[in-house]
Structure formats: structure tokens, C-alpha cells
Design a protein. Structure first.
Length: 520
């Protein structure tokens, strides 16, 4: 392969090495000066001399300030640049460059499960909520028995899942931060893939009592009523400390009886043709590298634009991977009020990190840096490419259900499994996940389409990666072509026509609701 680098923006003074084996000292790419030293794939070469204190530019933005003289052809790496200050939230433009409404994309459909509340699922699952970690092993044991003993009798139900977490007791349940995990668990329990109705298993003495999770529901004691036949399992809770239950086996058998009623309801559900406006697609990146902002994330952005044109809801998240690019987003907000909400989420997270004596620089991982990312600034500028080009219609806070159509920012931490959990709580029914370093991450609730930023990863992990965006870097595919192919893959996976690799191998991460509150 000919020596090749990519300069993203005409104002950039660095370019990214494309060659899988990197480039040796003395290599002379057509788009760059002769290399003074060997530079690995994904890392940056200086296109011109950069004096001490001068900006390092990528995406047309400042990603660092040189801490030493960097000659043309040199490797621009972490130890040669320091981070610039983040954008001042007080100075951000608000709704000053709102994109016009895109031309609608008519007639786009998928096959999904319609729920009584009007939301649509891409899976048909039995879900059992836990109100406290103490009962999690018991529920997980019961779910294994449900899979073996009950599910074969209900062929239209895809699976059974235990909604377990590390919350519920030993926490300051009335602290302001407690509202986030509580509403997250509430929304996870009512996710469309679970039919939108809660089934809960409680210990009985925990701080997060069932009526706190479901304050508006009329909860009924399932243990007291079993084995009485009931017409609906809606709003049932099973308390393991209930005097009607005698020991572990009795509790597990009660959960199975409890679940059997719900399985009969779920087994009646069928996929029907639904408009694309019923999709709620969550976008996320993990194990990012310098190609993330070149290939996979911009391709996802093209797909996001198509989804918005088709009427869908598209969520992007990860506050720390937005913070350093927020000045590019607030002008795109549909109204000044939406921009203010976006800024408020950035400000809240700044305070949250500061309270833990950390800042945004804690986000980048060793793998991010080995993949060529200089710092969180460069990472964030590549991350927001997933949002595409349409106007930001709404902002949702942590754990809030998203109801708006179009492009939405749903605030979450950037941690992969926490972000995925919070996007599920927001109502995501389809997930797209980009990665440059590789991760087997997956979710039980929804299909996860995994997109590789580079072809070497896709070739090394052929049974984990669903889409290879690497041909964009080689010039074999345009971003528009990659985005259109991903758009079609999303529709196929949402409809059950395509089985993602995470589903094939059942690679499902635990749910980890975000808890910023104190643990007692």
C-alpha cells in the first residue's frame, strides 16, 4: 500500500497515518512531508513546523498546544502537546445556525412490536425488575430456569432477562442524586422490549421500595395471590421476605409462577410493519481511535441524517465526549431554550467531575491513546460526528424518557455500559456502536450494530463486527455510501431480519444505572 495520510480540514496542521503497518522514518506520503520518525497507524504527523505554544489543529479545531518545537514530518503525540481549555459555557452561541428541516424520506418501515402505550419494540422479552441488589442472584437463578423450563412453551418470546443493578439500599435514597438511578430503573422496567409493564421482585426491607420505583402504579402482592389465576400480571410485585414464601426454592417457584402469567401475554405479540418514526436509535462509541472521527462516526452521522429524514428519533450522548465540541452543537439547537438545556447538562457534569476531584481529561483510556487520540478534545471532536447535520430538537437529562422526534441529546456518562444502560432508560429500541480498538460489548434489550472504524479490526474480529467503515479511509467507499449501507443494516436488525454478532453470541453486558448520589 502506498504511504498515505489523511488531512481532515484544510486548516489542519496534522494528518493521520492510514497504512495498517504505520509508516517508517523516511516515508514520503503524497499529502505530507518526509517522515522524520516512524509513526504508527492512526497517529498524527505534523504537516508544517509547530512552534512551542502554537495550536495543533485537527477537524479545523484546536486539539492541543505544542509543549515543544515540533518539526514538519514529526510524530505529534501526547507528550508533545497539552490540552487547551474547554469552551466557555457562558460564551456559547445559541441556535444561531439552525439547519433547515431536511427533505422527508417517505415510506421507510421496519417490523416491530407495538405496545399498548404506543411505543414500539424491536424485541419481545420477559423482564423481571429487581428493586435491590440483594435479590439479584435469586432472580438470575429463576431466569435461568425460566429459559429452560418455560420459554420452550412460549415460542414467540425471544428471551427472559433479569433487570439487575447495584442500587436499592445502603444509599442516601432522598439525596438529589438518587432521582437519577431511581427513574432510570423505572424506565428500564417499562422498556418497550419488555412490553412496557413492570414485573418486580423486591426483598422487602430495602430503601428503594417498589412504590418508590413505580409511584403511580397500583402494585399488588403476587406472593399473597399465587397460585390464584389472574388475568394480567401488570403492576405485580413479589417480596421475598413475604410470610407466604418459605425459603429459597419457594421464592424461585413463586417467581416462575409469576413469570408464566406474563409469558402468556407476551407470547401473543407479533411483529407488524411500523413506520421508521417508531425507531429510537441510540448512538455510542467505545474503544475509540483516531479513525473514529474519519470513518465510522461520520458514516453513522450520515445514517443519522437518513433516520431523521424518515421521522425517527436519534439519540447521541456521552457528556464528556461532547463537552469539548459543544461550541459546534449549540448553534445547531432548534431553539435557544434547547441550547440552554444542552449547556446546563455540560455545566452539571463539570460540577459532578469537580466534586470527585477529576476533570474531563480522565475520560481517555490507554487504548484511545494507542489508537492515535491525543486527548479528550480530539476524541470529542470525532465523537460528535455521529450526530450528523440536522438540528438538535431536544435535550433529555440522565434517565429521562425521550419523547421528541428527530435528533436528541440524551445526557449520559461516556462509560460504555453506563451509557448503554442510560440510553435504554431513555427509550432506545435500536443501538449503533462504533469502535476502533474493539470491544465485545452488547445489550440484551435491543440489537447492537457494531461498526469498526478500520479494516484491520474488522478482519481480526470478523465474528464480532457487523459493519466495516474502514473502506472510507482507503477511498474505496464514500461516507454517503457507508451511511446508506448502515441505515439499511439498522432497519434489518430492528426488524429481526439480521442477527447481530452480539446477539449470535449472547454478549450482553450488565445494566449499570448511573448513580451520582452518595452511598451510605
Amino acid at each position: 500500500m502506498q504511504a498515505r495520510v489523511i488531512q481532515v480540514h484544510p486548516d489542519d496542521n496534522v494528518a493521520v497515518v492510514v497504512n495498517p503497518e504505520g509508516l517508517a522514518a523516511g516515508a514520503r506520503p503524497a499529502e505530507a512531508p518526509e517522515l522524520l520518525e516512524a509513526i504508527p497507524m492512526g497517529h498524527k504527523v505534523a504537516l508544517a513546523p509547530i512552534a512551542t505554544g502554537e495550536p495543533v489543529r485537527r477537524y479545523g479545531e484546536v486539539i492541543g498546544l505544542a509543549t515543544e518545537e515540533i518539526p514538519a514530518g514529526a510524530w505529534v503525540r501526547e507528550d508533545r502537546a497539552r490540552m487547551p481549555e474547554p469552551p466557555r459555557l457562558e460564551d456559547l452561541p445559541r441556535a444561531t445556525a439552525v439547519p433547515p428541516a431536511p427533505e422527508p424520506l417517505e415510506g421507510v418501515t421496519f417490523e416491530g412490536f407495538l405496545n399498548p402505550d404506543g411505543r414500539v419494540a424491536t424485541r419481545n422479552l420477559l423482564g423481571i425488575t429487581t428493586t435491590v441488589q440483594c435479590v439479584a442472584p435469586t432472580v438470575e437463578h429463576a431466569v435461568e430456569r425460566i429459559r429452560k423450563e418455560l420459554l420452550p412453551r412460549f415460542p414467540n418470546v425471544d428471551d427472559a432477562v433479569a433487570i439487575t443493578h447495584d442500587y436499592g439500599c445502603g444509599v442516601a435514597i432522598d439525596a438529589p442524586g438518587a432521582a437519577i438511578p431511581i427513574r432510570s430503573i423505572r424506565e428500564l422496567s417499562r422498556h418497550p422490549s419488555l412490553g412496557g409493564e413492570p414485573l418486580a421482585v423486591s426483598l422487602g426491607c430495602e430503601k428503594m421500595q417498589p412504590d418508590r420505583v413505580f409511584p403511580e402504579a397500583r402494585l399488588r402482592n403476587a406472593a399473597a395471590e399465587l397460585p390464584v389465576v389472574v388475568e394480567s400480571s401488570e403492576n405485580y410485585v413479589l417480596r421475598l421476605q413475604d410470610e407466604h414464601l418459605r425459603g429459597f426454592q419457594d421464592a424461585v417457584n413463586a417467581i416462575l409462577a409469576f413469570a408464566e402469567k406474563r409469558l402468556a401475554e407476551l407470547d401473543r405479540r407479533r411483529r407488524t410493519t411500523r413506520p421508521a418514526s417508531d425507531l429510537v436509535v441510540g448512538l455510542q462509541c467505545g474503544g475509540s481511535d483516531a479513525f473514529s472521527g474519519l470513518t465510522a462516526n461520520p458514516a453513522v452521522g450520515r445514517a443519522a441524517d437518513l433516520l431523521v429524514r424518515a421521522g425517527a428519533t436519534v439519540m447521541f450522548s456521552e457528556v464528556t465526549e461532547v463537552r469539548d465540541a459543544v461550541h459546534l452543537l449549540t448553534p445547531r439547537c432548534a431553539t435557544p431554550e434547547v441550547a440552554d438545556k444542552l449547556i446546563d447538562e455540560m455545566r452539571w457534569y463539570d460540577r459532578y467531575l469537580a466534586s470527585g476531584e477529576a476533570d474531563r481529561s480522565a475520560n481517555t483510556s490507554p487504548g484511545n491513546k494507542r489508537g492515535g487520540l491525543l486527548n479528550i478534545v480530539e476524541k470529542a471532536l470525532g465523537s460528535v460526528a455521529k450526530s450528523g447535520t440536522t438540528a438538535i430538537q431536544a435535550v433529555a437529562s440522565h434517565g429521562e424518557r425521550v419523547t421528541a422526534k428527530g435528533l436528541v441529546f440524551a445526557a449520559t456518562p461516556a462509560s460504555d455500559f453506563v451509557c448503554g444502560t442510560q440510553q435504554l432508560a431513555a427509550g432506545m429500541n435500536m443501538h449503533v456502536f462504533t469502535t476502533g480498538r474493539g470491544t465485545p460489548y452488547g445489550l440484551a434489550y435491543v440489537p447492537v450494530v457494531k461498526v469498526a472504524t478500520n479494516t484491520p479490526l474488522a478482519e481480526r474480529w470478523p465474528d464480532l463486527i457487523d459493519v466495516d467503515a474502514g473502506p472510507v479511509a482507503s477511498g474505496a467507499q464514500t461516507l454517503d455510501q457507508a451511511g446508506r449501507a448502515l441505515f439499511e443494516k439498522i432497519l434489518d436488525a430492528a426488524s429481526g431480519r439480521y442477527e447481530t454478532w452480539t446477539d449470535k453470541w449472547r454478549l450482553y453486558n450488565d445494566l449499570v444505572p448511573f448513580n451520582p448520589g452518595p452511598v451510605t
